[in-house]
Design a protein around this ligand. Structure first.
Ligand code: AMP
Ligand code: TRP
Length: 326
């Protein structure tokens, strides 16, 4: 089965990206044919700094490798290096109902967050994402819960295309890790953790020991003193408990037991230490890869070549099907 996923190079990778998406990628690359993309064309739909974009792309490539992606097993590449993504996006746009785009939760949320920058690219974002997936005839799309709606739309677009022009694309499915489907913000625990929010609200995969301590101790917790999992009444504490449970490999019940009779301070101290220990290998690898610029460029170029081969084949077929070539 072919697998496709991507992350926007718009900030540092955080625990939400790692637990929600990348951990699944690591498992999949062992047994499936995987393509993992740095989706820079998606990153420019919200305000960004052009001078910093190349640096962000490089940082994301380093982060992919430091997080454990293996370039011998996965194709790692940059979206904008393959022009077929935008060509297919244009074509798919002609069969996507406008109403479907307007009802997308992410479009509504981002329009609210950036009221002065509601551009057509933000609206068309899910079409480009559908093109990313369909261009490689991917069937499995490992993502966090927030992207499920977009993958559903990609599925509908594939279905519509096949009906209108003849079977061309498989219908892709989102693969979601239930336990880490939505890691919440450390500052506003009813919102998802996001790299474009205040730095205290997310835990970076490569944050220093001091930063981890600071962010965990300053994480918003709820009133009361008992260490108990209750996402409705104690969203802040429950998010931290979930993170503890994932990294310690203990069920939440066991974590609750472990801290029975103890206070928030003890729990946070223990969580900070756990994260410092578990994230240490990532910090080390990131430092090593950051020095190997040429190696990173070679991997991306190798990835581009492989991705190009598949995407050109798909587009030759698509152009024929829709009557743009013979
Ligand atoms: P983004 O940073 O928005 O480009 O997201 C990249 C990947 O990480 C997507 O698969 C998202 O669904 C996933 N992701 C982002 N934030 C979270 C979060 N807070 N919890 C779980 N998954 C997330
Ligand atoms: N839209 C995704 C996000 O914001 C990133 C993305 C772009 C993606 N294209 C994709 C994810 C294709 C999976 C498949 O997180």
């Amino acid at each position: 089965m072919r697998v496709f996923s991507g992350i926007r190079p718009s900030g540092d990778l955080h625990l939400g990206n790692y637990l929600g998406a990348i951990r699944q990628w690591l498992q999949l690359q062992e047994k499936e044919e995987c393509l993992f993309c740095i989706v820079d064309l998606h990153a420019i739909t919200t305000p960004y700094e052009p001078k910093k974009l190349q640096e962000q792309i490089k940082k994301t490539a380093i982060a992919y490798l430091a997080a454990g992606l293996n370039p011998e097993k996965s194709v790692i590449f940059i979206q904008s290096k393959i022009p077929e993504h935008t060509e297919l996006a244009w074509i798919l746009g002609t069969i996507t109902p406008l109403g479907d785009l307007k009802r997308m939760t992410q479009f509504k949320e981002k329009s609210k967050k950036y009221p002065k920058a509601i551009n057509a690219g933000l609206l068309n974002y899910p079409i480009l994402m559908a093109a990313d997936i369909l261009l490689y005839l991917a069937e499995i799309v490992p993502v966090g819960r927030d992207q499920e709606q977009h993958v559903e739309l990609a599925r509908e677009i594939a279905r519509k295309f096949n009906l209108r022009f003849g079977k061309t694309f498989p219908e892709p499915k989102a693969l979601i890790n239930e336990k880490a489907e939505k890691i919440m913000s450390l500052q506003e625990p009813t919102k998802k953790m996001s790299k474009t929010d205040n730095h205290l609200s997310f835990l970076g995969l490569f944050d220093s020991e001091d930063l981890i301590k600071e962010k965990i101790f300053r994480a918003v917790t709820d009133s009361g003193s008992q260490i108990a999992f209750d996402p409705k009444r104690k969203p802040g504490l429950s998010n931290l408990l979930n993170i503890y449970s994932i990294f310690s490999d203990l069920p939440i019940k066991k974590v609750e037991e472990k801290f029975r009779g103890k206070g928030y301070f003890d729990f946070k101290k223990s969580l900070a230490n756990l994260l410092i220990e578990k994230l240490k290998p990532f910090r080390q690898k990131q430092k090593e890869y950051a020095k190997r610029t040429v190696f990173i460029e070679e991997i991306l170029e190798k990835g581009r070549k492989k991705a190009q081969l598949i995407s050109q084949q798909t587009m030759t077929l698509v152009r024929k099907k829709i009557g743009l070539s013979i």
